[in-house]
Design a protein around this ligand. Structure first.
Ligand SMILES: Nc1ncnc2c1ncn2[C@@H]1O[C@H](COP(=O)(O)OP(=O)(O)OP(=O)(O)O)[C@@H](O)[C@H]1O
Length: 666
């Protein structure tokens, strides 16, 4: 009724050219989520080149089982082995996990997405050409060639279709040539023909490349159902059937539940499990009885309810002598690598090539060996490769967000408006407040725009980053550094282009002050970006981040030194937390240091001047430094500038730590 080892290994048409694959065996797997026992004594196995479907009603524990098998969820008891060895870090690297949600950067094309995955996930020992060849191979295998130049898209921008996106999701995982592929509901959300074609493609790929495939599946059609080799039926965390997929109907028949003709077997078994508690119990009990019978693979005939688990048959493990020889061979490779000078990083035996050679070798369940391997294999690529590729990707993704058509229109409109309102502003006491106004406006505009742009950019890419971090694609530090630097040119472009136009249109203080103003605005924009980045990381939710950013901007603006210069004494310290306060004072300092004098109010028909210089007889001008004194801008320029650097450093460091230690992917 159910299947045996030999049954599973000799399916007709099984063509294995992918080397020795992985055989997954899980016995009496029990797992908890919090105090709740979500999996109870679940057993099964799947051989290389074959597909196991995990099915069951909603809440049956399919995803939990998949997570547990993939090592993403802790095991409470039982055993999971791959080729007879317990799952360890090095084995985990031969496994890939395709999430149910297809999360990507929407503005990148499929080609850019896959190229990025290949560049950061394949070892540095492979050349760019080899990595691109790998991409082409996967694209061919998954039939994605025709949409390589299409953007991934999202709910707002049209891009790849649902089926293509799912294939793209799988392709990103297959890039590393994993031996074991876990898929969480790969067909959900797809129409029948797309789902069928996807499962067929997977089956062909598994057969041809000797991959082991385990997928949770939700109400498949009978055609899709029979594409799988074996089935594990789950119900309330328990196993309700495990065996050949084409024997499940027979199994149900044996417990007195006959399926009428033309019924979809997938629907039939699910309906029976959901019928009532008595029926469900009958099926589960029959499945447990089945386990004790001889038809079950020996290695799965473990116990339930705490009885002793049988050991994995020795035939599954490699011959001991052979195993120990291979172990020492590996140690020798590592020793040779270690004795090589650092410059040999790109030579044949660089860490990458060891990584590859070890990936191809069979695993050894030896603690010392694992430690050596894991040290070398923590990341698939070096920091520089990760940083470079992440920078290129973030730049491509961010440029449409930060510098899109609407943003350009907005910036041009504001620039024209500001230039016209304050055009060639006369340098008089009467227009002093206007001059301060335009300076304050520039500070606000070039600080708050990058703050808003970055505060939204991080939460929007959170899911992609979490997915990639959970699969160990790259270091958080490489991502963070890339994020900061790749967006910099886009953020600095605004003050450079539009700040320059405004500066000369208004007629601010000369050439040398122009360069200093531009430099200050750059630092100011970077401070705004740093605060935005921190808020985006800390909140991880666009709406919350926007709310906090708005409060932050309003506070910063009120305390910036333009609207009020005389805060109540018990509140006056608050102005020091506003980065705008420092920039505004920097720019004021530049505007009125070594600058032409300001005409007195009396010379322009305003009877009373506020400046002492104008009260002298025949005096017509106010020296610039008196303007600074009048507004109590009495620190040296660098003293106003320094806190901006402190803002940049503090927020960037805080952002990194929150991202690394607080916002970990689950
Ligand atoms: N954090 C949690 N705390 C308590 N119970 C949980 C938690 N997460 C999941 N569960 C429970 O674990 C059980 C199995 O969940 P799981 O997601 O594995 O089911 P599933 O079969 O994949 O369901 P679906 O088909 O609806 O996705 C469910 O009953 C669910 O309510």
């Amino acid at each position: 009724m159910t299947l045996s080892n030999s049954d599973m290994s000799s399916k007709p048409g099984t063509k294995t050219n992918g080397g020795r694959g992985l055989e997954l065996v899980f016995r009496d797997v029990t797992a908890h989520i919090g105090p709740k026992e979500v999996l109870k004594d679940v057993s099964g196995m799947v051989k290389a080149g074959q597909l196991l479907a995990i099915m069951g009603p909603s809440g049956a524990g399919k995803t939990t089982l998949l997570n547990t098998l993939a090592g993403r969820n802790p095991l409470s008891s039982g055993e999971i082995t791959l080729n007879g060895s317990k799952i360890n870090k090095s084995l985990k690297r031969k496994v890939c996990y395709v999430l149910q949600q297809d999360v990507f950067f929407p503005n990148l094309t499929l080609k850019e997405t896959l190229t990025f995955a290949a560049m950061v996930r394949l070892p540095d020992s492979m050349s760019r050409k080899e990595k691109l060849e790998k991409v082409n191979e996967i694209v061919d295998a998954l039939d994605l060639t025709k949409c390589l130049e299409t953007i991934m898209g999202d709910m707002w921008t049209r891009g790849l279709s649902g089926g293509e996106k799912k294939r793209a999701n799988i392709a990103c995982e297959l890039i590393t040539d994993p031996l074991m592929i876990y898929l969480d509901e790969p067909t959900s959300g797809l129409d029948y023909s797309t789902a069928f074609s996807l499962v067929q493609t997977l089956k062909t790929y598994a057969r041809q490349h000797n991959k082991t495939v385990v997928a949770t599946i939700h109400q498949p059609s009978s055609f899709i159902f029979y594409q799988f080799d074996s089935l594990l039926l789950m119900s309330e965390g328990e196993s309700a059937y495990y065996g050949d997929i084409d024997k499940v109907v027979e199994f149900f028949g044996s417990v007195g539940m006959e399926m009428s003709q033309h019924y979809n077997p997938a629907d039939f078994v699910l309906e029976k499990l959901k019928e009532d508690e008595k029926t469900r119990k009958r099926i589960v009990d029959a499945a447990y009885d089945q386990r004790k019978k001889n038809e079950w693979p020996t290695m799965l005939r473990g116990s339930q309810n705490g009885r002793k688990i049988e050991n994995v048959p020795s035939s599954v493990l490699k011959d001991d002598a052979d195993k120990s020889k291979r172990f020492y061979d590996k140690i020798n490779i590592i020793k040779r690598f270690r004795s090589k000078p650092k410059e040999a990083a790109n030579d044949e035996e660089d860490p990458g090539s060891i990584h590859m050679s070890l990936m191809e070798l069979d695993e050894i369940d030896n603690g010392a060996m694992e430690t050596v391997i894991d040290k070398k294999r923590k990341w698939p690529t070096g920091f520089l490769t990760q940083y470079t590729n992440l920078t290129i990707r973030t730049f491509r993704q961010s440029k449409t967000q930060i510098f899109n058509r609407f943003k350009v229109i907005e910036a041009v409109t504001m620039t024209i408006l500001v230039s016209l309102i304050w055009f060639q502003l006369p340098r008089t006491e009467a227009t002093l407040r206007d001059r301060m106004g335009v300076i304050f406006f520039m500070s606000m505009n070039y600080g708050f725009t990058p703050l808003f742009d970055t505060v939204t950019s991080f939460p929007s890419e959170r899911m992609v980053i979490n997915k990639e971090r959970a699969s160990g694609w790259y270091r958080v530090s490489a991502y963070y550094l890339a994020k900061m630097t790749s967006e910099l040119p886009l953020i600095l472009a605004q003050p450079l282009v539009f700040g320059t136009i405004v500066y000369w249109s208004v007629g601010l203080n000369g050439v040398s002050a122009y360069f200093a103003t531009l430099g200050t605005l750059f630092i100011h924009s970077i401070a705004g970006q740093s605060i935005g980045l921190f808020l985006g990381i800390a909140c991880m939710d666009i709406r919350r981040a926007m709310t906090i950013a708005t409060v932050c901007i309003m506070t910063t603006m009120l305390l910036g030194g333009f609207y009020t210069r005389h805060l109540p004494f018990w509140l006056s310290w608050l102005k020091y937390i506003s980065f705008l306060y420092y920039t505004f004072h920097c720019l004021m300092s530049l505007e009125f240091t070594d600058a032409p004098p300001v005409l007195c109010a009396s010379s322009t028909n305003i009877s009373v001047s506020q400046f002492s210089s104008c009260l002298h007889q025949n005096a017509t001008t106010i020296p610039s430094h008196e303007v600074l004194q009048f507004f109590e801008i009495d620190w040296p320029f660098w003293q106003y500038l320094l806190p901006l650097f402190i803002f940049i450093i503090a927020f960037r460091i805080a952002g990194y730590f929150v991202l690394r230690f607080v916002q970990r992917p689950h």
